[in-house]
Design a protein around this ligand. Structure first.
Ligand code: SAJ
Length: 415
């Protein structure tokens, strides 16, 4: 039986560690955050994700999963740490570097090192590989195996997609890719494709960049449709009936720690200027400012206006507010002296002004629907209408039915 260490117990590392443990491996999960380790050791999760608790408790019950602040000798090391964006739109690889150094202290001949964290092309070979060689003298290919195996799972469906999505494995050589495949195929029901390191790193970035550009196109269409007085949602709905057209949805901006970041990683080592990728990023980044401006235009006519944001997370049905464009909207409105209250039952432990439903809408002049959580379908809109001072609703996701809301007495706005 192989011993696998997973470095980084966040949204990807923890579910992956649980999956591996439930597939029969002896797994050590390692994290630098003492609070995370303490929580997990007392059988509590530090992140919310459907099905995660079930597989975590199962892994503990089977006594296959241990978590610790300290890394141990292992047959396989999987790096699943964050790769955030720095202020110059470059990858901050400090967590990867630190994980590689830890592995360098424990690695032995014949071990396998896998990077899962989304990274600019070349990171596995030039950062992880070089750190290990420099500090141990061990050479990838000759003395140990090295691979990149990107996660491709959707927050909100991580456990399901970990099991069911196809995987792309890049190896420094064929053998590295093959032994990585042997591990993942223990729990992955999708297909596993083998390629080289840089191709697999690039594939991951290309996927998220494709989505970002598609959303930017939808957002640009929404602005152009405004000029014409046409409903962009209807345009997209009809256009998508064409068998080779699939336009995504316009919205109040692209958030999260993947799609808003990865397009920059593609550009990182190229020096290319004036790219479609960068322009798309800029269009998506401009959306929360455009929405803020439209909202300000509506509420500015009121004395001491108040706006209520419904849904603060970066997208529907998750509690994650990392890179949420709602934060920008919140700040822009506050800058203009507008009072903002937030209703989001999924967001916990935040410094932002989150209230219960009734408090959040009491005396409000406008509801801004930012993320369309399923739970909002149950809201008693008549009660809400009653509590509001002015009955405006700005629906950035086409979440509500316009006719229904207008019949109830709302002034309905969208992008
Ligand atoms: N969004 C729109 N319009 C759309 C779809 C999304 O404005 O039509 C916005 C969302 O509201 C959100 C942002 O884009 O703010 C990103 O949401 P998402 O659901 O598109 O993606 P993520 O960031 O939650 O997950 C993505 C996924 N990548 C792809 O679908 C290609 C996931 O499979 C990746 O594993 C994940 O990034 C990751 O970790 O890289």
């Amino acid at each position: 039986m192989k011993k696998i260490s997973v470095l980084g117990l966040g949204y990807i590392g923890l579910p992956t560690a649980c999956m591996l443990a439930n597939s029969g491996f002896e797994v050590l999960g390692v994290d630098i955050d003492e609070e995370v380790i303490n929580k997990l050791n007392s059988e509590r999760l530090h992140i919310e994700e459907p099905e995660l608790e079930r597989i975590f408790l199962n892994a503990l019950k089977n006594k296959r999963l241990k978590v610790s602040l300290e890394l141990e000798k292992s047959d396989v090391f999987i790096i699943a740490v964050p790769t955030p964006l720095n202020h110059h739109n470059k990858a901050d690889l400090n967590y990867v570097i630190s994980a590689a150094n830890k592995i360098a202290n424990k690695i032995e001949k014949g071990n396998l090192v896998i990077l899962e964290s989304t990274s600019p092309p070349g990171t596995t070979r030039n950062i992880v590989g070089n750190i290990i060689t420099k500090s141990t003298g061990l050479l990838a290919k000759k003395d140990y195996y090295l691979a990149f195996c990107p996660e491709r799972v959707l927050p909100g469906k991580i456990v399901y997609e970990l099991e069911n999505n196809d995987r792309i494995v890049g190896g420094i050589d064929k053998k590295s890719a093959e032994i990585t495949e042997d591990i993942y195929k223990k729990f992955v029901k999708g297909k596993i494709f083998l390629t080289d390191l840089e191709t697999s790193e690039f594939v991951k970035l290309a996927e998220n960049t494709y989505r970002d550009i598609n959303i930017a196109f939808a957002n640009e269409l929404s602005l152009i449709c405004r000029d014409y007085g046409i409903d962009v949602r209807e345009v997209i709905r009809y256009a998508n009936m064409h068998p080779r057209v699939n336009i995504l949805n316009p919205g109040p901006g692209v958030g999260g720690h993947c799609i808003a970041i990865d397009p920059w990683f593609i550009l990182e080592n190229t020096g290319r200027k004036d790219t479609l990728i960068e322009k798309s990023r800029n269009i998506n980044n401009s959306m929360p400012y455009i929405i803020s401006k439209l909202v300000i235009e509506i509420v500015n006519k009121y004395n001491k206006p108040k706006v209520t944001i419904f849904g603060f997370s970066y997208k529907e049905n998750v509690g994650d507010i990392r890179e949420s464009p709602a934060i920008i909207i919140n700040n822009e409105l506050i800058k203009k002296g507008i009072k903002v209250s937030i209703y989001d039952p999924l967001v916990i432990n935040t410094k932002y002004n989150i209230s219960e439903l009734e408090d959040s809408v009491n005396g409000s002049d406008l509801i801004l629907l930012f993320s369309g959580h399923n739970a909002f379908k149950e809201i008693d809109l008549i009660l809400v209408l009653d509590l509001m001072r002015n009955k405006n609703i700005f629906d950035t996701r086409n979440f509500f039915n316009k006719t229904t809301l207008e019949k109830l007495g709302f002034n309905y706005y969208n992008i």
